[in-house]
Design a protein around this ligand. Structure first.
Ligand code: PMV
Length: 335
């Protein structure tokens, strides 16, 4: 089963009605229960389910138009050379959708995700690209299929098709038609996220080989699926009952467990830098002093804080560089 087979399955006999341009917007997302490890590398099928929160007004807007000649990929006004790894990934993704081989695309993406914040911008980017293609070709696919198409670009992009809380089902089938994300229809307007950049250096090891290395060599990784199952249950309850402490504790513990599996890999994987550990201690200290603040982190050195709106001023005082995000302040999803 290849990506192309999945696309054929989803598009079926749909006749493309090619428009002059397709546009779409998709938010970035941060996992509260992480996706770490693939059961299929080619289809980006995860070993476990995951749960995220989208970043409301922070994400990517993509415009796509057909053209002849070559594909052109422009990000924030800068045209990427076709051999740039990210441009190559986008072009390989576009290869899945050409109704005839000569049809090329001009893709223009602009993001308002802070550069270097360690937010997987590929999630928002591939979700926006999948939605923009749906718009360009007039497919009008159901959200489930759009999530699957976004996943073929980047695993976590499956979740960026939605705002708010999102649950990505791992699925069990070989073709991954049961591995898609769904919106959890609960809003929590008092919830805040804080982006804390401790280093904006490019990460040494992308998540794909890091996941592979963890799966192949870490014995602790054997415990990861049961950790995810446990944490997903707690997070679902925390969201239903708006229990912030349970949400924060579970998200922080889940992120640390993911990093523990990386430390247990060989060669060891450690994304933290000294500033990461200093920030963790500052968070734990603030918590010991009574502030309800927690953190999560991904495949990079930066932290994402979790707190409630009423504590915004205190959090900003304790972490002056933090960028506060209000995840539920978004207009209805713009396609
Ligand atoms: O979709 P990828 O390959 O960028 O992987 C993302 C993995 C983490 O960000 C570390 C966790 C997650 O669930 O987003």
């Amino acid at each position: 089963m290849t990506k192309k087979d999945v696309v054929t399955k989803i598009l079926g006999r749909r006749k493309p009605e090619l428009k002059a341009t397709g546009t779409a917007w998709a938010p970035a997302n941060i996992a509260l229960c992480k996706y770490w490890g693939k059961r299929s590398e080619d289809l980006n099928l995860p070993v476990t389910p995951s749960l995220s929160i989208s970043l409301g007004p922070l994400g990517a807007r993509t415009e796509i138009a057909p053209r002849t000649g070559t594909d052109v990929v422009t990000i924030n006004g800068e045209q990427w050379p076709p051999d740039h790894p990210a441009a190559r990934r986008a072009i390989e993704y576009l290869d899945l959708f050409r109704p005839e081989p000569g049809l090329r695309f001009a893709v223009r993406t602009s993001t308002n995700i802070p550069i270097g914040a360690g937010l997987a911008s590929s999630a928002a980017g591939f979700a926006a690209l999948a939605l923009a293609l749906d718009n360009l070709f007039g497919w009008r696919l159901p959200e489930r299929d759009l999530s699957i198409l976004a996943r073929l670009g980047s695993g976590s992009a499956a979740r960026s098709v939605f705002q708010g809380f999102v649950h990505w089902h791992a699925g069990v089938t070989k073709d991954g038609m049961d591995s898609y994300a769904e919106s959890i229809p609960i809003t929590w307007p008092e919830l805040r996220l804080g982006l804390l950049v401790v280093s904006d250096e490019e990460k040494a090891l992308p998540s794909r080989p890091a996941m592979r290395q963890t799966r192949d060599t870490s014995t602790l990784y054997g415990a990861w699926p049961s950790k995810v199952k446990h944490d997903l249950g707690l997070l679902m309850n925390a969201i239903s009952y708006k229990d912030f402490t349970m949400l924060g504790k579970t998200a922080e513990s889940n992120a640390l467990a993911m990093h523990a599996t990386m430390l247990d890999s060989w060669p060891p994987i450690l994304y933290w830098v000294p500033g990461t550990v200093r920030a963790m201690h500052r968070i734990w200290q603030a918590r010991a002093e009574g502030l309800d603040v927690y953190f999560t982190m991904d495949a990079g050195p930066n932290l994402k804080l979790l707190f409630q709106a009423e504590d915004t001023a205190v959090v900003k005082e304790a972490f002056p560089d933090v960028q506060v995000v209000d995840p539920f302040r978004f207009e209805t999803m713009r396609r």
